[in-house]
Design a protein. Sequence first.
Length: 295
Amino acid sequence: MSEEFMAARERVRQAFISLIAGNDASIDLARAALLIAAEEYPALDIDQYMARLTELADKVRLRLQEQQGSPNPPATKDEYVVVLAAMNTLLFEQERFRGNRIDYYNPQNSFLNRVLERRLGIPLTLSLIYMEVGKRLGLHIDGIGMPFHFMVRCSFAGDEPLYIDPYEKGRFLNETDCRQRLSQIFKNEKDFDPSWLEPLGTRQILLRMLTNLKHIYIHRKDFRRALMACDRILLLNPTLAIELRDRGVVNFHLKYYSRAIHDLGTYIELAPEASDIEEIRQQIKVIRQLIAMMN
């Protein structure tokens, strides 16, 4: 890679660090997601894609005006549903956003710029677009990180929330529907955790996006890109012991032995009762032997 490319990537990383420096509420989710993508595409024009999200919301607004004249901001659940239905029509019928079922683990499905360009994504990135378009229309839409799936939830004053699955073309669900889905994964009803249907914060959503990328790259043995994901995960939350372990393993594969020992040693300090502690101690021992052989 050229020095210019690496310098651009470093500027993107610093912009990401600055963006996540404040509290959760101050982080612009779409911009942060685009900065994640920009480490892969350093020439990416972030403002162009932010404008694309606004354009999608404007198209929904125009559709509502054609249907209702000059509609008032939604106040009841029924009025919210009208706006959500217009979003579904625009996003999934007219713009043809859809889930990538053929090449699900393609990293491009996790880069917001590429999802906006290709109109192909995974549950998380399609949900992110849904949230951002809804936000521009004055809706309160949260990300819901169910196990093995990501959806959104639209909340209403004094009424039950509505769950929406952008991966299934904006299908509307209630809490019972969500529980039934989860019961197909977890056969024991006692395994259900109510927190699975609660909103995630911005950092949690970004962590999930980066974790997806990390696993994809590790599976592909693309350890340099996996390390980039690991580093940003730990920027978002430096105390995640498992992430320190994973970065240590990635550093080992890249032959960054001193860094690997540091990360794996910190993991042992933070999680002394973890089930794999002895395995990690043995790995540190092997790395020290490799370093000794090199001297």
